[in-house]
Design a protein around this ligand. Structure first.
Ligand SMILES: C[S@@+](CC[C@H](N)C(=O)[O-])C[C@H]1O[C@@H](n2cnc3c(N)ncnc32)[C@H](O)[C@@H]1O
Length: 175
């Protein structure tokens, strides 16, 4: 499966060569995507059988302190996974100037299929609330996408000491 288009869209804003954390990495599609772009990637999942070598086998939900909790990352990537305490922790792991890239199923997905459990569905505005006061929102969506699926997604940046994000490197003109 290719990397999510949402993740690809913001990849150029991740500081070059900065470490990336891929939480609940699954088969490692985003691990491979960022590694191919020159980032060292820490991929974490309770099942690392489908991950490239070096993935960390860890249960993110059992309450024990994460062995990487004192590190900070140029991007924290979470796709198709929701555990609310992990969402809060993911926000705190973004380095100054780094990004949180999060995309998963949202309320409304029940009409299309699984997951239907509200524990796995983001409420309207939930990702915005999670980053408020901590990260600057670059883009946010909650709506139906191809599948059909209902998703919520955010790209948010730690403003760093300057207090506002530098996204100048991403600005381009078509003519
Ligand atoms: C739907 S997959 C998404 C994989 C990947 N992020 C992607 O987009 O391709 C969800 C992943 O969450 C992992 N996961 C579920 N519960 C977990 C837990 N408690 N700790 C660590 N990983 C967990 C599963 O093993 C699975 O790989």
């Amino acid at each position: 499966m290719p990397a999510s288009a949402w993740i690809v869209r913001f990849a150029d804003l991740v500081p070059p060569a900065a470490p990336v954390l891929d939480l609940a990495a699954g088969g490692g599609r985003h691990t491979r995507f960022f590694a191919a772009r020159g980032h060292p990637v820490l991929a974490v999942d309770r099942d690392i059988s489908r991950l490239p070598d070096g993935g960390l086998a860890w249960d993110l939900e059992d309450g024990s302190p994460w062995p990487f909790a004192d590190r900070r990352f140029g991007a924290v990537v979470v796709v198709n996974y929701l555990h609310r305490p992990t969402l809060a922790a993911a926000v705190s792991l973004v380095a100054p100037g780094g990004l949180l890239l999060y995309e998963t199923f949202a309320e409304g997905q029940e009409a299309f299929g699984r997951p239907r459990n509200p524990d796995f569905l983001l409420r309207p505005g939930e990702l915005l609330q999670a980053v408020r006061g901590r990260l600057v929102v670059l883009a946010y969506e909650h709506g139906q996408v191809e599948g059909p699926r209902m998703v919520q997604r955010i790209a948010a940046m730690d403003p760093g000491p300057a207090g506002r994000p530098d996204v100048s490197s991403s600005i381009s003109t078509s003519r």
